[in-house]
Design a binder for this molecule. Structure first.
Ligand code: HEC
Ligand code: HEC
Length: 400
């Protein structure tokens, strides 16, 4: 534990509170991942994607919001969360992200801040645009409310602290900043991939990168093919964030149960938990005790290990990625469900959505929702049986 405190202190001194940060570092880890997966040279794609990203999104001290992204991010709030830590005469706080979040999530939101190394799981890498604790469909972005909630309450059982003491306006500004880092980070990744896959960057003979024709170079504006690809990537990423509020998973009302019938519902939930269709037991162990052995990793770490045919625990395999700034991949451990500790919330509606959609970025699958029992999916009543079973495992009783 002292190690964590020391790291936090160290990070506070050096990442610092009042240093200007001139630019976001290019995404070296993804560049290396692309180089390995496509067997190409990615230097030009990395440099051009970083340049276009900076043109559209600005820098850590002077952020910009591309016009289409103004539908989801407010520049006013963004500016308050960005830059070095300071206060205005009227008491407004500036530099909120560097004050509260950067030691863990890092300047660019890559999740590899100075205090991140020993954390399990690692701080979220916002650049993938994948979030775990949300009310929306598995592949959808979170809503503003989802992000506000995780920042306010933290993710109990992980290093993500609660910022309940931070003023609501400041939390709102931080939410914009998380969306900003995620949007710009995902835009950069997708542009880099599009440069290789669609624009012919990185085609090499004798390991040397060829010059890309002017018309095909990534560009933030203009009429070229490169500019068109950039505009498409931006539309796609912004569009996903705009769509999120429409993708909130509907929760059917549970039957109101009391006494005997609650016990019956819990008993049915127990059976479903241990049964073939949901097979929660396969990962969470009998009675949810967390003792089933599943050695798998989360998607953030898999991208530069198992998906490239590399072994996450092999130091030699991981060395180039570690040098590029990647954290060692983390196993995604199924939770012990008997302690009543939920990172994403333990109220009925939240657990219902968790079971329905699974957990994005992790091996936990969703279930198929069916109108009638058919041997493949679960009905919404059965999902409620499971929710009640989970809540019955909580030593403190269900949270509301
Ligand atoms: C001490 C380290 C630490 C600090 C400080 C920290 N976080 Fe986190 N954060 C984490 C960890 C670890 C996770 C991953 C939790 C998980 O995977 O369950 C996380 C996850 C998140 C998530 C992702 C939730 C999801 O649905 O996937 C968001 C959003 C987030 N943090 C925002 C913030 C913001 C904003 C701040 C500053 C106000 C902040 N964090 C400060 C460690 C930290
Ligand atoms: C393939 C393995 C797998 C299966 C099957 C599975 N889970 Fe999970 N589950 C996980 C993993 C891994 C986590 C931890 C994810 C994390 O926090 O990163 C998890 C976490 C959870 C959590 C904690 C959520 C939180 O907010 O902290 C709940 C609740 C849960 N699972 C319930 C279930 C139920 C109910 C089922 C059956 C319908 C189920 N799981 C099936 C792997 C699985």
């Amino acid at each position: 534990m002292w190690r964590l405190f020391f790291l936090l202190w160290f990070a506070g001194v050096f990442v610092g509170c009042d240093h200007p940060v001139v630019s976001f570092a290019p995404n070296e880890v993804f560049s290396l991942t692309l180089a390995k997966s496509r067997s190409v040279v990615t230097d030009a794609a990395k440099a051009d994607a970083a340049a276009v990203t900076e043109e559209l999104f600005g820098t850590p001290d002077v952020p910009r919001v591309p016009p289409s992204a103004a539908a989801v991010i407010s520049l006013d709030r963004l500016v308050r969360a960005a830059g070095p830590v300071s206060s205005e005469k009227d008491g407004t706080h500036l530099g909120l992200y560097r004050e509260h979040c950067v030691t863990c999530h890092g300047v660019s939101g890559g999740g590899a801040g100075p205090a991140s190394l020993y954390q399990k799981p690692h701080p979220r890498n916002f650049r993938h645009g994948v979030f775990k604790w949300k009310s929306t469909e598995r592949s959808a972005k979170p809503t503003r409310d989802d992000l506000r909630s995780i920042v306010q309450h933290g993710a109990p059982g992980s290093a993500m602290p609660s910022f309940a003491a931070v003023e609501p306006d400041d939390i709102d500004a931080l939410v914009d900043y998380v969306m900003y880092l995620s949007l710009r980070g995902e835009f950069e990744r997708r542009s880099m991939a599009a440069a290789i896959d669609d624009l012919g960057y990185g085609e090499s003979e004798n390991g040397e990168e060829e010059q890309v024709a002017a018309d095909l170079r990534l560009a933030a504006s203009g009429e070229t093919d490169g500019a068109e690809v950039v505009a498409e990537v931006l539309d796609r990423v912004v569009g996903d964030w705009i769509a999120a509020p429409e993708q909130v998973v509907a929760v059917t009302d549970p039957d109101s149960l009391g006494g005997e019938s609650l016990a019956e519902s819990i008993a049915r939930g127990n059976e479903i938990f241990h049964g073939k269709i949901a097979n929660c037991v396969g990962c969470h162990g009998p009675g949810g005790n967390g003792e089933a052995v599943l050695v798998d990793f989360d998607d953030w770490g898999k991208e530069y290990s198992t998906r490239l045919g590399l072994t996450p625990s092999d130091r030699d395999d991981m060395r180039p990625f570690r040098k590029a700034g990647a954290l060692p991949p983390r196993p995604a451990e199924p939770r012990n469900l008997t302690q009543g500790v939920y990172r994403g919330g333990g109220d009925g509606a939240t657990l219902y959505r968790r079971i329905r959609e699974g957990i994005a970025g992790t091996p936990m699958p969703g279930i198929e929702l069916v109108a009638e029992e058919d041997g493949r999916g679960l009905t919404s009543d059965q999902v409620w049986d499971l929710v009640r079973y989970l809540q019955s495992l909580d030593p403190d009783g269900p949270s509301t």
